[in-house]
Design a protein around this ligand. Structure first.
Ligand code: AMP
Ligand code: MG
Length: 324
């Protein structure tokens, strides 16, 4: 199943020729192009239907290459890179001159990461340069965590798909801006705030989160076709059954506290007790409920600590207003 050296060499060729390669990483599958080729970068935005003002993450082969891509490496960035790379942490730093503005959405900062996946690292070594890659899905939809997800969603828009099996983390990387005096978490992900604080020996600001019922604060992203509604865990069964009675085809995310409870609904997903397993499976569950024809998904938020913060962030955005 895993891509071998022949596929990796072919993928490196595609990158050199200005093509697009779907790359397995531990977070999600990326849609990769040569980070120094503006025409190839333009094809990423076209394939995804993503506005060119949204910056990409530049993937590099090792922490020792960090200095090649940025203007300067602050001490905090060096410590985080040494500790967490390869891994699900993206660092935002001042852009070095070799990074084209097409990779940064026109910003003077660049997002960098070393992925912890043997196929991605082998490709980076074979290619030799940086690979700019957002998630390999259409803009706004659910990120792919298997090679089949990529093929189903992007089809011919991607020149070559490297299969590296299912992603082990399953959620996008944590993004930390290290250009200022104190690190700023821009997106929660596979590396938790608690992990970062332990390494840096400082407390980080907790980003504000809205109450689950407040609309408008979380523009739709990571969203399946079915509408997602978040309710309190104790209300999941009643809300699901009432919507099913109103002729919805309801998919239910049954929280671990209600495991085994019978629910009258179109499809039921048992939410795993372990946050790491839930994170790994979340996007697959959303895709599965779409495939089974659900038009409404009733879910609740997990406890917002450690990995639960990133899971809750993605669920809120899946439930965010559409067309935003
Ligand atoms: P994706 O993995 O598809 O969500 O795309 C990469 C993510 O990295 C996006 O959410 C971007 O907003 C974020 N990103 C990339 N570069 C920067 C940057 N220079 N500053 C802030 N965020 C960035
Ligand atoms: Mg994305």
């Amino acid at each position: 199943m895993f891509a071998g050296s022949a596929e990796i060499e072919k993928a490196a060729e595609v990158l050199r020729a200005g093509g697009l390669v779907a790359v397995p990483t531990e977070t999600v599958y990326g849609l990769g192009a040569n980070a120094e080729d503006p025409a190839a970068l333009a094809r990423i935005f076209q394939a995804k239907g993503r506005p060119p003002s949204h910056p990409l993450i530049v993937h590099i082969g090792g922490a020792e290459q960090l200095g090649d891509w940025v203007d300067e490496v602050p001490e905090t960035a060096r410590r985080l890179a040494e500790h967490f790379w390869p891994g699900p942490l993206t660092l935002v730093l001042r852009r070095g001159r070799r990074v084209p503005l097409e990779a940064t959405g026109g910003l003077e900062t660049v997002a960098l990461r070393v992925p912890a996946h043997p196929v991605a690292l082998a490709l980076l070594a074979a290619f030799g340069g940086g690979i700019a890659a957002p998630s390999a899905n259409r803009f706004g939809s659910v990120s792919p965590t298997t090679a089949d997800h990529v093929r189903a969603e992007l089809g011919d828009a991607v020149d070559f798909v490297l299969d590296g099996g299912p992603c082990q983390v399953g959620l996008e990387s944590t993004i930390v801006d290290v250009t200022g005096d104190t690190p700023n978490v821009l997106r929660p992900g596979g590396v938790t705030r608690e992990d970062l604080e332990a390494v840096l020996g400082i407390q980080l600001a907790v980003p504000a989160t809205s109450h689950i019922r407040v609309p408008g604060q979380h523009p739709s992203h990571y969203a399946p076709n079915a509408k997602v509604v978040l309710v309190e865990p104790a209300d999941v069964v009643a809300e699901a059954e009432s919507a099913q009675d109103r002729s919805h085809r309801v998919g239910v995310f049954l929280p671990p506290s209600l495991a085994g409870t019978p629910v009258k609904a179109h499809a039921v997903v048992a939410v795993p007790e372990s946050p790491a397993v839930y994170a790994r499976e979340l996007y697959g569950f959303l895709r599965e409920l779409d495939q089974r024809g659900c038009d409404l998904i009733i879910a609740s938020l997990p406890e917002e600590k450690e990995l639960g913060v990133a899971i809750a962030n993605r669920l809120r955005r899946a439930a965010g207003p559409r067309g935003a």
